[in-house]
Design a protein around this ligand. Sequence first.
Ligand code: TRP
Length: 450
Amino acid sequence: MGVSRGGFSSRLGFIMAAAGSAVGLGNIWGFPTQTASNGGAAFVLVYLVLAFCLAYPAFMAELLIGRYGQANAVTSMQKIARNTREKRFGFVVGFGGIICAALILSFYGIIAGWMISYAVEPLALLAGFNESANWLTNHSLTRNILFTTCFMALTIFIIRRGVEQGIEKWSKRLMPMLIGLLILLIIYVFTLDGSRAGFEAYLNPDISRVLEPDLLISALGQAFFSLSLGTSVMIIYGSYIAKKENLVTLGAQVTLIDVSIAFLAGLLIIPAMYVAQAQGVAIFAEDGSLISGSNLVFTVLPALFSGMGYVGLFVAFGFFVLMSIAALTSSISMLEGPVSFAVERHDIPREKATTMIGLGILLLSTIIVVNLDWMLDFVAILSTQYGQPIIAMLCCIFAGWVWQRSGILAEIKQGNAEVEHSVFWKIWPWYTKFVCPTAIALVFWHSLAS
Ligand code: TRP
């Protein structure tokens, strides 16, 4: 199976693919708004610390399980398990992650579809099709179904081609575009009136808030969502990495890219909101907090773009293309989990498995679209606020308590003989055993209570 299942052909390929999975709507939309509503730079500071101290170790647990197993999430976990009980546990965690990824994709695809339709709107306006442009942003049922289908078709198209020709190739194309677009947009917003106030709001830490439980919980939740933990995606991506690679460094590089792009996105979104305010757009909600959620992306920012006149069409196009790319490099990783499972466990050819599973998830998306008022939130909360933390925690428990210490250390050492002298070697096994599961459990508990 080793050769035929494919894998990343290069280190860069893996970094782009894993960073592509991690960098998504969560970074560009979620992170800046969380920052805005949680004391600005204080949140950024806490986020940085938690991302490296808690999310990164959990992220490494998933990568190591995958690289050890060199197979889909369930098989990889079961290769580590030594008896039937442990194998069952492995199945629950691995399969739970796959289901969680599929559920996330079912609502993520809808939101990504909106991004595509908002990217097409300025093109329609440029071409003089004003009525079509209106339709593209009117949130009708037909539009939602059509664009969710478009987005899923793109995701299916890439995953059908496999790891190297699909995931790796497209991540290597799309990620540099994403970073380029993001930087161009930041530079442009920099030049506009009002952006300075935004930078100040974003970069001035309100240090007194650093230890607030709510802030800590939001930051950790955001870090987990952002690194795609608890969805077995990193197990499967880990399984495509060669044994000669240094996993500890690769994982750290991906975490760094993820965190940096979230930080950059804040430099775009928050100043852009203040520019909008300078143009008379309301950016604060009634309770005094910055407007976040879908109103930010689909009301505040479009109001800003349309106030810019002709240039605004290009800026809007750039922004929504950026969002669509971010979503696509994440969605392919969500589909890869279930597909690799079907291919390896049930011997279904990749192309067939991809199309079948993709269409199945699209069907679920369609059901959600028809019941948008309650089902979107329901599926989002179920998968990201319950599924992800629970499965990420079980993954750490699995790596810390089921996997034998000698086995785990041997896997860390592959491609990284020097690691024995590092801090990672000394504290990580202990961390994954005790600190990570406890911290995740605490955060989960608190988020339920609030
Ligand atoms: N990390 C993605 C983002 O920031 C979202 C995400 C959550 C995800 N879970 C995932 C992506 C699982 C891929 C797979 O938007």
